[in-house]
Design a protein around this ligand. Structure first.
Ligand SMILES: [Zn+2]
Length: 879
């Protein structure tokens, strides 16, 4: 199903309020997989009583209109104008009741927006603009109303019938059909509507809220997955308790549903009381899901639950404000995970994600502020910038105001706006007013795109015992914006002695010194901080806890980095110092490789790794993070012209050299952690597994590794250990890999989620031959181009996480991928657009690759009837 041709660009500044109030929406569905009939009845009330006649503008897409009446008068084609996705009834002068009946065809809806079929059941996805594929309605987030939904269907085919809110009635008729009626008392925008109908199994629990409301918790899955819901349920209960304790927010209905589907464009959707989840984020059993999957489930279950307040009770005025609900809710889920697991490890993973996914957006053709100023297709703006960078902006409010001040702001935000559709400016005003401070300059973070660079220089005056830090901020021009202004940057700082002790900090003019982290705030383009009473030339520990989303440019010596890695009290700084050291070492070898000089292992990196491996005090998960070498994409970002093969070769060289030099240390740690204990789900056990498996990945670079991996594979009782061993064998080209892969396939061939992992393991294998493997795997019975998870696992992973495969110099990876984008565009434009973005940064490569990628982009752009989604991405890239 196609979306039609390119859409026109919509601008934030053009926002106009909807002139009508919609007073209650009644929906009646005659459910069928082939054809579903939707009857809608809604009352329109003029917002201003004495208003001049107003148009009623509705949105609809691919709807077969059966009938439409206004105040019971049938409307004919002459009474309205249909243009693109809008239907306008002009000059309506009074309050009125509109009734419509349409036919839709969920069984042939491959775009997975609106109502569609997944396995044995029907479900909906309406955010952002899917409701218009269900019925005519003002499909915009600022039109909020209460919903009453009746679902009628064949009882044997569709025994479960769910919608938002509380069940208020049900019944059966003689012909084998039944109906259920749902009422949601909270007004909501159409993007939060949901229905589910079909054959599903149920796991049930309950949660009693602080004020005594007994909430039924129900997770619906396909019958074969019924034994994989325990962790999701536990995560849901933890989320509900956490939101009460930390944010003073309680659940507001008597029922909470989660439904898991294998066919979903996104991760999950926060529809009021009827969350719909990609099954990746629900289903887990120790033998089928990794520790990362378990953590992902906890985070996403939390995220969607937290939306009940930040998103549903208070929603967005228009889609430009998406970060109002997403940035804030990502911040909340990050804090939830930090409170549940290890705060330090969570923070490092968040920073890693920001650098690998969001920084490239700022540097590419789709650069936009967290609150964009324009879009052609809103689906293309569900980005790392809106979500992850948006969350860092919320974190900066929290850093500046402290937990108490931040919660005061949240409280005022809900007092002012509960039940409303509002803007990012409203959120900022609530934070500012509750704390009686001016945040106007801070507001620039909403309108400015790009990653700020902070150049730090220092000077130590031994005679005067003074230390001067000079910070200069500069945001490079982005694709969408030339001129940039200075931003407000919370700057958390510590100073260490050469032997790693924390120094007392006293700014010039202050009465006394304070020990520990100092929070300063930078507002201007350049600022200077002078510390007095500084007894030796210090090692600066900059932007502790990553206090602002910037690139920190400071010329650390190897000795300074070594001090930070060994002693800093801040986990982020320790990790970042180790990353810097590794980046320097790898890029240096990349240069040597290009010059034809022999590569070598840097002595300071070797020493640092030895220190990390000998640290038996620190959290094993932090040590694992510190020894994870920066990935090839991040390394590529540090170069002016990306040397695809050089980066790969240099990184492999460093890894192998470290493994060889430190084999004894890796082996000792591995043996100590590989204690034969049976699987446990605790954070501590996960941390131990992460360190054990990173040690194994190094040992696999030595002669000893293969037999260790084979033994681990044979004795493993959990997917984390299994996958680490198997992936290791594949990546090192072990002759054992093939047999292990086919045994894995034999065991899991009918398990959709586990087979995704099987595809991923093969798609990431470096080298130009992988494109042929991927092509062959597309014919595997477990693969389907119609299923977004499969597309992401095989095609997405190849294009985004396999640089030497995708960027093969002969262009074979590009041609293959462009073919897939074109094929997908005819099925699912949203997913096709995501895939097309793999070409976004084509200008950063050498002339040969540039030309090849440009040719593929042009080939995609010239496809007749290309969707608006893909058209926006490729035309931006070509511009
Ligand atoms: Zn969300």
């Amino acid at each position: 199903m196609k979306e039609g041709s390119a859409r026109k660009v919509i601008y934030r500044k053009d926002y106009k309020a909807y002139p009508w109030e919609v007073n209650q929406l009644d929906l009646y569905f005659e459910i069928g997989s082939e054809t579903t009939i939707v009857r809608a009845e809604m009352e329109f009330l003029l917002k201003e009583v004495d208003s001049a006649p107003q148009d009623i503008v509705l949105n609809g897409s691919n709807l077969e209109l059966v009938s439409m009446t206004l105040n019971d008068r049938a409307l004919s084609a002459a009474d309205y104008v249909i243009e693109d996705e809008t239907l306008t009834i002009p000059d309506v002068s009074q309050n009125c009741v509109l009734k419509t009946e349409v036919r839709i065809h969920p069984g042939s809806n491959s775009a997975l927006e609106g109502l569609y079929l997944s396995g044995e059941f029907l479900l909906t996805q309406c955010e952002a603009q899917g409701f218009r594929k269900i019925t005519w309605f003002p499909d915009r987030p600022d039109v909020m109303t209460t919903y009453r939904v009746t679902l009628e269907a064949d009882q044997s085919a569709f025994p479960v019938l769910l919608s938002n809110g509380n069940q208020v009635g049900s019944g059966e008729s003689a012909d084998g059909r039944h109906w259920v009626c749902w009422e949601d008392p909270f007004p909501k925008p159409s993007y939060l509507f949901a229905l589910v109908a079909g054959q599903l199994a149920l796991v049930e629990d309950h949660f009693i809220t602080r004020s005594g409301r007994d909430v039924a918790l129900r997770i619906y899955v396909e019958a074969e997955n019924i034994d994989r819901c325990e962790h999701a349920m536990e995560s849901l209960i933890n989320s509900m308790r956490w939101d009460e304790n930390r944010f003073d927010l309680e659940y507001d209905l008597d029922i909470y549903h989660i439904v898991a589907t294998n066919d979903f464009n996104m991760g999950a959707m926060e529809n009021k009381s009827l969350n719909i989840f990609n099954s990746i984020y629900v289903l887990a059993r120790p033998d089928t899901a990794t520790d990362a999957d378990y953590q992902g489930i906890e985070g996403v279950i939390g995220h969607e639950y937290f939306h009940n307040w930040t998103g549903n009770r208070v929603t967005c005025q228009d889609w430009f404000q998406l970060t109002l609900k997403e940035g804030l809710t990502v911040f909340r889920d990050e804090e939830f995970s930090a409170d549940m697991q290890s705060r330090a490890v969570k923070r490092i993973r968040v920073v890693r994600g920001l650098r690998s996914r969001q920084f490239p957006e700022d540097d590419g053709p789709m650069a936009h502020p967290i609150r964009p100023d324009h879009y052609a297709e809103i689906n293309n703006f569900y980005t790392a910038t809106v979500y992850q960078k948006g969350a860092t902006i919320i974190r900066m409010y929290h850093t500046l105001l402290g937990e108490t001040g931040f919660q005061k702001g949240m409280k005022l935000y809900f007092e002012r706006h509960d039940g409303q559709a509002v803007t990012c400016d409203d959120f900022l005003a609530a934070m500012a007013d509750a704390n009686n401070i001016n945040l106007d300059r801070f507001g620039r973070w909403y309108s400015q795109s790009g990653t700020p660079q902070v150049h730090v220089s220092d000077h130590y005056d031994a005679g005067a015992q003074k230390y001067r830090l000079t910070l200069r901020q500069h945001t490079p021009a982005t694709h969408d914006q030339k001129d940039k202004q200075p931003l407000v940057l919370p700057f958390a700082l510590g100073l260490l002695t050469a032997s790693g002790d924390e120094m007392p900090l006293q700014l010039e003019g202050e009465a006394e010194a304070v020990t520990g982290t100092r929070l300063l705030v930078m507002q201007e383009e350049q600022e200077e901080f002078i510390f007095v009473g500084v007894s030796e030339d210090p090692v600066p520990s900059l932007f502790r806890d990553y206090s602002a989303p910037v690139k920190i440019l400071f010329d650390y010596s190897p000795e300074q980095l070594a001090t930070l890695i060994a002693y800093d009290s801040d986990a982020y700084v320790r990790w970042d110092a180790a990353q810097r050291m590794a980046v320097n070492a790898i890029l240096e070898q990349c240069t040597r490789h290009a010059q034809g000089t022999e590569m070598r292992l840097d002595a300071s990196l070797l020493k640092a790794f030895r220190g990390i491996l000998s640290d038996h005090q620190a959290d094993p998960a932090l040590l694992a993070e510190a020894m994870t070498l920066p990935d090839e994409a991040y390394l590529a970002d540090q170069m002016d012209v990306v040397d695809v093969d050089g980066i790969h070769t240099a990184r492999e060289f460093i890894k192998k050299a470290l493994a060889r030099e430190l084999e004894v240390f890796f082996a000792e740690r591995y043996t100590g952690l590989n204690d034969g204990q049976s699987y446990q789900k605790t954070a501590e056990a996960m941390a131990r597994r992460s360190l054990k498996n990173i040690c194994m990945s190094y040992l696999l670079e030595t002669d000893a590794g293969e037999s260790l991996a084979v033994a681990q594979l044979e004795s493993s009782d959990n997917m984390t250990d299994t996958l680490a061993a198997l992936q290791g064998l594949i990546l090192t080209g072990s002759p054992r890999a093939e047999k292990a892969l086919s045994e894995f396939e034999g065991k899991w061939q009918s398990d959709a989620l586990v087979m995704d992992k099987w595809f991923v393991m093969q798609a990431v294998k470096p080298g130009k031959d992988t494109v042929n493997t991927v092509r062959k795997l597309m014919d595997h019975p477990a693969f389907s181009i119609q299923n977004p998870n499969k597309v992401r696992a095989l095609i997405g992973v190849f294009a985004m996480l396999n640089p030497t495969g995708f960027h093969a110099a002969d262009g074979s990876g590009y041609a293959f991928h462009a073919d897939r984008v074109i094929e997908l565009d005819g099925l699912n434009p949203q997913i096709a657009a995501r895939m097309a973005s793999a070409f976004n940064r084509w200008k950063r490569y050498d002339e040969g690759r540039k030309e090849l990628m440009k040719t593929e982009l042009q080939r995609i752009a010239s496809v007749p009837d290309l969707s608006g989604d893909v058209s926006e991405i490729v035309n931006n890239a070509l511009r």
